[in-house]
Design a protein around this ligand. Structure first.
Ligand code: ADP
Ligand code: MG
Length: 442
């Protein structure tokens, strides 16, 4: 299988398994080398126990490592492969412990090593699973040895039975098992932290990439959009001119209507796009918010079609000022009102409120009892070109957000399907412009 470089979690898993295979191979080589070295150094016959068994295990590990390295790039399900590898490791560790004295082996710490990397590679539940496997294997090994069913290599028969009582054996077993689960818990916890940090980092990287891409595309596309605007204007002008000039024909008139309507739609799209891709720096003024909002709401409600199906209520606090380009304020409120309108299928209600939050912020709330949104939709509504409407552009809320953040404002949304949606927009107040009464209170 070809690794998908864009799929970062998968790539991360692949890299971890690659390193695991490498270190396992290295460990096997060191184990083999040290067994051979001890064999020669102590002048033992090479095929004496337990050296020869350690050599067998090391060679088995080397062969397995080569096999894993061969299989890994051809795989898709890395997690399952990780489980299999690490489970086999735990079996081999049990073999090493068995050939080096079982209960008296100094290699029982290797279980902890396996559990640590299980936690890192397989996550917390993987670490716990391997801790469970190691505990069972060690417990069975010791129990069988104590019962005299198996005899560890290189240790006198009945060694454990004669030297330790069952309570002591149980105690050591208990400590080992507690250590296994403790280490699994800790390594899983650390791995979880690392995974979370990585996830955040990846999300940030993606965001930066998106912004860079958008900036580049925006630069190019805004040039193109400007070029589209002029011919479009000539097109609409010419059609209107023709319409007045030629004799009336209902069929032709309908076609011209379509051309004009589509040209208008295209112009609106190009304008929206320009607003989003290359917003013009605004000319800010101190605006009396209730007056400005009332004007926008009046234009909105005078539309006849809307008037009949939607009941608009407003509750606006007086004497609140903000510093903003009035055109930007209009754009924000208009886009939110338009969305509320489009969310209401037949008849419904839109409530507009404006009230001071505290001394710093003022909040504009626009609620509708329209179709609402699912959690999933809500995650994407501020993305450019995200739309759930057949004729939507998906630019309305992107523009709203862009404008609001450029004034250090905030926007949030609450919505539930079939019940309705509320958008809250917070702007910084212009306190100094508030009229101060004679008593000094505001
Ligand atoms: P457009 O209106 O062109 O689809 P917007 O950016 O304005 O683009 O909105 C994006 C999407 O957010 C909409 O398609 C709609 O699904 C959802 N949305 C926005 N406002 C509301 C609302 N008041 N009620 C329900 N859904 C909404
Ligand atoms: Mg919209």
């Amino acid at each position: 299988m070809k690794i998908d470089r864009q799929n970062k979690p998968q790539l991360d898993q692949y890299q971890k398994l690659k390193w695991l295979i490498f270190f396992r191979g290295l460990f096997a080589a060191v184990l083999l080398g040290s067994a051979v070295f001890v064999g020669f150094h102590e002048n033992r016959p090479f095929f004496s126990q337990p050296l020869i068994f350690i050599c067998y295990i090391a060679v088995a590990l080397l062969i397995l490592s080569a096999l894993y390295a061969f299989i890994l790039p051809r795989l898709f399900k890395f997690v399952r492969f990780g489980y299999i590898q690490i489970f086999i490791d735990s079996l081999l560790i049990t073999c090493i412990i068995f050939v080096t004295g079982s209960f008296s082996s100094i290699f029982s710490f290797l279980y902890l090593v396996v559990i640590i990397y299980a936690g890192m590679v397989l996550s917390r539940s993987g670490g716990m699973f391997i801790a469970f496997c190691c505990s069972v294997q060690y417990g069975v090994l010791i129990a069988l040895e104590f019962q005299g069913v198996i005899y560890p290599v290189g240790v006198e028969v009945d060694f454990i039975f004669r030297n330790y009582n069952w309570n002591y054996v149980l105690y050591k077993l208990f400590i080992t098992i507690v250590a296994c689960f403790g280490v699994a818990f800790l390594s899983g916890f650390l791995a979880e932290q690392e995974r979370r940090a990585k996830k955040e980092l990846w999300a940030m990287e993606d965001q930066v990439k998106r912004v860079e891409k958008l900036a580049a595309i925006g630069e190019m596309a805004s040039g193109l959009a400007h070029e589209i605007k002029n011919p479009l204007a000539s097109l609409s002008g010419s059609i209107q001119f023709l319409r007045e000039d030629i004799p009336y024909d209902p069929d032709r008139d309908r076609l011209m209507d379509i051309i004009l309507r589509e040209a208008d739609r295209l112009t609106a799209l190009v304008n929206d796009f320009l607003m989003f891709a290359k917003p013009q720096p605004g000319q800010t003024k101190i605006v009396e918010l209730d007056v400005a909002l009332e004007e926008i709401i009046n234009v909105f409600t005078t539309d006849n079609r809307r008037n009949k199906r939607i009941n608009v209520t407003q509750q606006l606090a007086e004497g609140i000022f903000i510093e903003i380009d009035p055109e930007h304020l209009r754009q924000v409120v208009w886009n939110l009102l338009l969305n509320a309108d489009e969310a209401i299928e037949s008849e419904g209600q839109i409530d507009i409120k404006m009230y001071p939050v505290d001394k710093i912020y003022v909040c504009i709330t626009i609620s509708d009892n329209g179709c609402g949104m699912t959690e999933e939709t809500m995650e994407s509504i501020f993305d450019p070109f995200f739309t759930a409407k057949p004729k939507g552009t998906g630019l309305g809320l992107s523009i709203v957000q862009r404008i609001i953040t450029s004034y250090n404002g905030l926007i949030d949304v609450q919505s539930s399907p079939e019940k309705g949606t509320t958008f809250n927009v917070k702007f910084r107040r212009e306190i100094n412009s508030r009229p101060v009464s004679a008593s000094g209170s505001v």
